[in-house]
Design a protein around this ligand. Structure first.
Ligand code: SF4
Ligand code: SF4
Length: 168
């Protein structure tokens, strides 16, 4: 049924424009958004920001430690963001163009690809801005219910990140 296709992001209409089931799509996105929790927006994403962070580390103002179970800690990158190949990939054969990744990834990593030349299917999505991806974030993997989004193993990337107290 179309309503279930919409709810599970399997609808194949070329766009949601004018569709009566838009509230169903909104509900789906809202539920996924809730399950994602808060984004970590404290990780420096610009050249200037990371340079300042690296200078702080070199000046010995912080130590590389694992996060503690209690108490809020911030992540800091130890090398320039562009030297860390942490970002998702999308399997185009599995992507159905539901756009949930674009709506729910606040840093803006995803963009729609070119339109379907036959105008039947939604555009598939692309990882248009890989270095906007927050290092070690993996929230888009479960929200892509098609299983199209993959990330590399987290354990290979812990070496690029340190955890510091919120007031450091
Ligand atoms: S990658 Fe997944 S969440 Fe993003 S548009 Fe494709 S199917 Fe939807
Ligand atoms: S892991 Fe996914 S949700 Fe998180 S910042 Fe990267 S692209 Fe966005």
């Amino acid at each position: 049924m179309l309503v279930f296709d919409c709810f599970f992001g399997r609808c194949e209409k070329p766009s949601c424009d004018g569709c009566l089931l838009k509230p169903v799509r909104s509900l789906r996105v809202m539920l996924k958004s809730r399950s994602m929790g808060d984004f970590e927006e404290d990780v420096p994403q610009t050249d200037e920001a990371w340079k300042k962070e690296v200078e702080k580390v070199l000046a010995g103002k912080s130590a590389h430690t694992k996060p503690q179970a209690s108490g809020k800690r911030k992540k800091r990158l130890l090398v320039p963001r562009e030297e860390i190949p942490w970002y998702p990939t999308i399997n185009p054969d599995l992507c159905n163009g539901c756009a949930d990744c674009k709506v729910l990834c606040k840093p803006g990593v995803f963009e729609p690809g070119p339109p379907d030349p036959e105008g039947i299917h939604r555009p598939k999505f692309l990882v248009a801005h890989p270095y906007k991806c927050i290092v070690l974030c993996d929230r888009c993997v479960p929200i892509c219910t098609s299983g199209a989004i993959k990330l590399p193993p987290k354990e290979d990337f812990e070496k690029y990140v340190e955890y510091v107290d919120d007031n450091a």
